[in-house]
Design a protein around this ligand. Structure first.
Ligand code: GLN
Length: 273
């Protein structure tokens, strides 16, 4: 189910919540916010939303996707937030609304709501992004990080190693170079590509259940471990535990998806930079 309008989304969520989860066959909604997909969605980043929807269904949950754009009502219930990358101009378009939503995003992050922010929104989950032309676009400060635009764009395929998800494959294209501080840890160490900047060999950021990364791709189809992490944390946020309920057909379909992902990962790792 996809909700374009925040008001309708709230009604649908209430209705769904009236069906107490528990017995087999009952609906178990998970509310997913797709953040600013009109202005922040390049290199197929919205594919991440499709993967989450698909896998949630296979695990026996009902995804309720709220498309949130500037000026929309914020959904009443949020279990997972996904955001994509964008041009500097897209980052400026969302800026005002985004800062107004900063308080709620920081609060949700503190409550353990999982989030995945790609490239342009990753930068704005830090303290600020200073563009190549010198404008400073303020961020919401979930990450203790700053991003400085440089003349050289960092472009190409990336392979990196992470502690929690093993090898992650993707594609980067950014002028901003990100530097992490304090409790904000990198997501991964780069084996091929540049990552956050030209200096330290790190890529992405992690605070609690919030992941920021430069990896377009889309990321999640080729990195299902990251998708399953987000799904498990979202289910725990909503129901206390993650309990897949899968038919034999659903298991079979998931196996096929994962096999395709493995093949795509193998190819991606062989690609030239
Ligand atoms: N505009 C930002 C930069 O160039 C983000 C780019 C992106 O999201 N791919 O650094």
């Amino acid at each position: 189910m996809t909700q374009e309008n925040g008001g309708a989304a709230q009604d649908a969520t209430k209705e769904a919540a009236d069906t107490a989860p528990g017995a087999a066959g009952e609906s178990r909604p998970i509310d997913v916010v797709s953040l600013y997909a009109h202005d922040m969605n390049i290199y197929g980043d919205s594919g991440n939303v499709l993967v989450i929807e698909k896998r949630l269904r296979l695990y026996g949950y009902e995804p309720v996707v709220h498309l949130y754009n500037p000026g929309d009502l914020w959904p009443e219930h949020v279990d997972l937030v996904l955001g994509g990358g964008g041009q500097d101009s897209g980052q400026r378009i969302i800026q005002k609304d985004f800062l107004q939503r900063g308080g709620i995003l920081r609060q949700l992050a503190k409550e353990g709501v999982p989030m995945l922010m790609i490239c342009g929104l990753y930068q704005l989950f830090g303290k600020y992004f200073q563009t190549v032309s010198g404008d400073r676009i303020p961020g919401v400060g979930v990450f203790d990080a700053v991003t400085i635009g440089k003349k050289a764009r960092l472009i190409g395929n990336v392979v990196e190693r992470s502690r929690d998800f093993g090898i992650i494959v993707g594609y980067e294209n950014h002028s901003g170079q990100t530097f992490l501080h304090g409790d904000t840890k990198p997501l991964a160490t780069v084996s091929k590509g540049q990552g956050n900047n030209l200096d330290d060999g790190f890529e992405g950021a992690r605070v609690g259940n919030v992941i920021g990364t430069y990896m377009h791709g889309s990321l999640l189809p080729k990195n299902p471990r990251v998708a399953d992490f987000l799904i498990a944390r979202a289910a725990e946020h909503r129901y206390g535990t993650f309990e897949p309920r899968m038919s034999r057909e659903a298991r079979h379909e998931l196996d096929l998806l994962d096999r395709t992902a493995r093949e795509a990962r193998d190819v991606a790792q062989q690609r030239p930079r």
